[in-house]
Design a protein around this ligand. Structure first.
Ligand code: HSE
Length: 419
């Protein structure tokens, strides 16, 4: 039996899961693994440590390797290793969402030029099969809407804040102790990870390349325990939502930010580290994908699935997986966040002055902002009023201008609300 040869770059959590899983497949063999530290103990039974090397050239320039699996993350040196591997005739399987979002165009052009494929099922929503279904069986659809919870760390933090009534800082600390959040959590909590994922996801969904710099991003660090409590009272949960919309004029609105979602909605029930993605398309209607967005074995499932698909094709053709090639010729026309229409939850600390509610109402009315909820329960000891409003749909630029005008009030939170 011919054995197809795989070289790996990285042997962390995901890489270890890939290594263990691939042992089941007799026609696939891992022949070299690039690691940073060859002396680190690996959690793999009967591991042949001679497979490891610190020299990337032993994979990149190894003529017997058919497929390179990159699971180190980040742009450099991953880009250097991947681009050289493609030029050396290797197919690529990667879990690198940042690289895809930042270098996707170059990467797929280079792959096409060299008649190689780059598969990346594991990069978005880890263990959930999403990219392959979107690129193949859903290809006949015009997708107009994506809503997703694409980051497990932030969903874990928000769920714990909700369940325990705890502050963001308290829960982050606990999540770090449990290994759910990194020591430097910026990539997750400031929304970068979800932004990279929604950039690639909306590129596939809308069949046009979405530029990362046009994607709006806000993380969860400003969400307060008080907001969670108030959202609950008003019938909502707060989630970090990654979304993409394509309007009837073909303009794309792609973003990541916290949102109040109705408790009755499906995304409100996606808790802890679970990921979920809703896609609305014609003719399929609405479909949902839910499952583990990270972790050793779930992510390995996606990486190994990609490897097996490449191997299966290599047995029959030398122009493999044409549906999985990502050469989007056009760029998506994008809408700036200031031009979008949203509902807003705004938590305000106002001085206890006669007419302050009237002032808030007037400032909103002057900008065509209609209020659907207004809540104040008595006064605080420091003679301020804690006022919560929820608006009807209104323009982002008008909300920002209203907030500036309310200079005597302290805006504690402003969070968009799912329609
Ligand atoms: N850090 C990511 C998350 C997993 O928390 O979901 C990898 O993308």
């Amino acid at each position: 039996m011919k054995k197809y040869k795989v070289g790996m770059i990285g042997l962390g959590t995901v890489g270890t899961g890939v290594f263990k899983t691939i042992q089941e497949f007799e026609d696939i063999e891992i022949v070299k693994i690039v690691v940073k530290n060859i002396n680190k103990k690996r959690d793999i039974e009967n591991f042949d440590s001679t497979l490891m090397t610190t020299d990337p050239n032993e994979v990149i320039n190894n003529p017997e390797i058919d497929i390179v699996v990159e699971v180190i993350g980040g742009v450099e040196p991953a880009w250097e290793y991947i681009s050289k591997s493609i030029e050396n005739g290797k197919h690529i399987v990667t879990a690198n969402k940042e690289l895809l979002a930042k270098k996707g165009e170059e990467l797929f052009k280079l792959a096409e030029k060299n008649n190689k494929v780059v598969l990346y099922e594991a990069a978005i929503a880890g263990g959930i099969p999403l990219i392959m279904p979107m690129k193949t069986i859903m290809a006949g659809n015009k997708i107009s809407k994506i809503r997703g919870i694409l980051n497990g760390t932030t969903n874990y933090i928000l769920t714990k804040m909700d369940v325990d009534g705890a502050s963001y800082d308290e829960v982050l600390k606990e999540a770090q102790e449990l290994g759910y959040a990194e020591t430097d959590p910026t990539g997750d909590v400031e929304g970068f990870d979800a932004m990279y994922k929604i950039t690639t996801l909306s590129t596939i969904a809308f069949n046009k390349r979405v530029k990362l710099q046009n994607v709006y991003r806000e993380g969860i660090t400003k969400v307060r325990a008080e907001d969670m409590k108030k959202a609950n009272e008003l019938g909502y949960k707060i989630k970090l939502i990654a979304s993409g919309n394509l309007d009837e004029n073909g303009k794309a609105d792609v973003r990541v930010h916290p949102m109040l979602v109705k408790k009755t909605s499906a995304l409100a029930h996606i808790d802890y580290v679970t990921n979920s993605v809703y896609l609305k398309g014609f003719p399929m209607g609405e479909v949902a994908f839910t499952g583990p967005g990270a972790g050793e074995f779930p992510t390995a499932s996606s990486v190994v699935g990609d490897i097996i698909n490449i191997v299966a094709e290599l047995k029959h053709s030398d122009y493999i997986l044409p549906m999985m090639r990502n050469n989007y010729e056009e760029y998506a026309d994008m809408i700036d966040i200031s031009e979008t229409y949203n509902k807003y939850y705004i938590s305000i600390t106002a001085p206890n002055n006669i007419g302050v509610i009237g002032k808030i109402g007037n400032v909103c009315a002057e900008r065509n902002i209609s209020l659907s909820t207004i809540l104040q329960k008595g006064l605080s000891e420091d003679n301020t009023a804690d006022i919560t409003i929820i608006t009807e749909l209104c323009k982002e630029a008008d909300i920002q201008s209203a907030i500036k005008e309310l200079s005597e009030c302290k805006i504690d939170s402003i969070i968009r609300v799912e329609e």
